[in-house]
Design a protein around this ligand. Structure first.
Ligand code: ZN
Length: 424
């Protein structure tokens, strides 16, 4: 078989070899490291991963693109499994208020916070939203991220805006090398028009918005912000089960601020993942372990909010809950596309080892997006999404923080980003 692309002499080849499923407990730190590794690709597929030289059965000729991996760390294309990629506006004007110690609820009361993003997103045209999201996507790709989850949720009751957000994600998925997987998050907040009548909004969401979104788009997941003052556990259950009945895989923003029983609910309804979880109870963590629900942790949000609340990642790993790490990229609580920085925070603040961290942005993130059979590890038969970092080992990548370590990004067998010319 003739290879179209080969990466050879790789100092640190991180394969994440193993079954196509989320890794938990001790497995979270087992990364299938090969020293002096080699990877061969034919078109969009990985055909060989091993040590030393390629076997004779794999042909290399003048048309094969050969990349030297000396001094490099090679991983599966990184996966950002929780973002609010498509939105209008930004909130730097609130930064000064935040530094002055003005409370978020006061900012919210004066029309700021999520309200200003909702307004900016409602006002933005398809092209405005597309251009802004495309810029972020390019930044993500430059950080080695080849697959991104993207949520709606800034329409807040305005159906056209929710739909436009998903349509922008789908168009970017078509146009851009990265894969974008869409999530319907109509239940991000209770619209002002429905204040005091949130049950009515839940019915509208389930009976009117959800079927239309499913009819008009290829949305895959259904997400709910279950939190005190937002959607209750009972309302969240209703929304998630209704989505499941209509073919959407449930996800949840759970136990971010208050321990409400969100983790327990995520396990009960069979959510593929529960996100944030800073206030998850011990019972909730036990339930998630039993149901196999993945904990998607967002340490950049904790860092940016500076409230000292950190998700109990060590406890989760000890109790066999698989952990993923994402940016939560959004204009309010985490305005950063830099997944490499989140990896550093994963070690420094969540106390995860670099090996556990790389698992959390590859195979476990793939499993949180239900794409673990095609992505998240470097193994024969998988998609050739590969990131090459200019670091002598994995630890260096996480320890030397705040900069971009990417050397090259390969998506579906082609180099789509290169440090030399800053593009594909
Ligand atoms: Zn979020």
């Amino acid at each position: 078989m003739k290879a179209t692309l080969v990466i050879k002499n790789i100092d640190n080849l991180i394969t994440l070899k193993g079954e196509n499923r989320a890794r938990k407990g001790k497995e979270q730190g087992e990364i299938g490291l090969i020293k002096n590794g080699v990877v061969a690709v034919k078109d969009k597929e990985i055909i060989y991963v091993g040590e030393g030289e390629l076997p004779e059965s794999i042909e290399v000729d003048a048309s094969t693109e050969v990349i030297d991996g000396k001094g490099k760390t090679v991983t599966p294309g990184l996966i950002d499994s929780h973002t609010h990629l498509v939105h209008g506006g930004s909130r730097e004007h609130e930064f000064k208020l935040k530094l002055e110690g003005v409370d978020y609820l006061d900012i919210l009361a004066s029309g700021g916070g999520i309200h200003s993003t909702v307004e900016a997103t409602r006002e933005a045209s398809f092209d405005d939203l597309y251009k802004r999201a495309e810029k972020s996507l390019k930044t993500m790709l430059s950080f080695g991220v080849t697959t991104v989850e993207s949520k709606s949720g800034y329409g807040i009751g305005d159906f056209d805006t929710e739909l436009r957000q998903i349509e922008v994600s789908e168009k970017l998925n078509e146009d851009y090398p990265s894969d974008i997987i869409s999530t319907f998050m109509g239940a991000h907040a209770v619209p002002e028009e429905y204040e005091g009548r949130s049950d009515e909004f839940v019915d509208v969401l389930i009976n009117e918005m959800m079927p239309k979104v499913i009819e008009k788009t290829n949305v895959k997941f259904n997400d709910v912000f279950c939190e005190e003052g937002v959607f209750t556990v009972d309302q969240s259950r209703k929304i998630l089960l209704a989505g499941k009945e209509q073919g959407l895989i449930p996800k949840m923003h759970a136990d971010e601020i208050v321990s409400l029983g969100g983790a327990e609910l995520a396990a009960e309804v069979g959510c593929i993942s529960a996100e944030h979880l800073m206030a998850a109870s011990d019972q909730g963590i036990d339930d998630m372990a039993k149901s196999g629900t993945i904990a998607v942790l967002l340490p950049g949000t904790s860092f940016n909010l500076q409230k000292g609340t950190i998700a109990p990642a060590r406890k989760m790993i000890e109790k066999n809950v698989p952990v993923a790490i994402s940016t939560d990229y959004n204009p309010g609580s985490c305005p950063s596309e830099n997944l490499q920085f989140m990896m550093t925070l994963g070690s420094l603040t969540l106390k995860m080892t670099p090996a556990e961290v790389i698992t959390s942005v590859t195979i476990n993130a793939a499993a949180a997006l239900d794409v673990e059979n095609e992505k998240g590890s470097l193994q024969k038969g998988k998609r050739a999404d590969i990131s090459i970092f200019d670091t002598p080992n994995l630890e260096y990548m996480i320890y030397h923080f705040g900069i971009n370590h990417t050397d090259k990004v390969i998506k579906d067998g082609k180099v789509v980003w290169n440090k030399e010319n800053n593009r594909g």
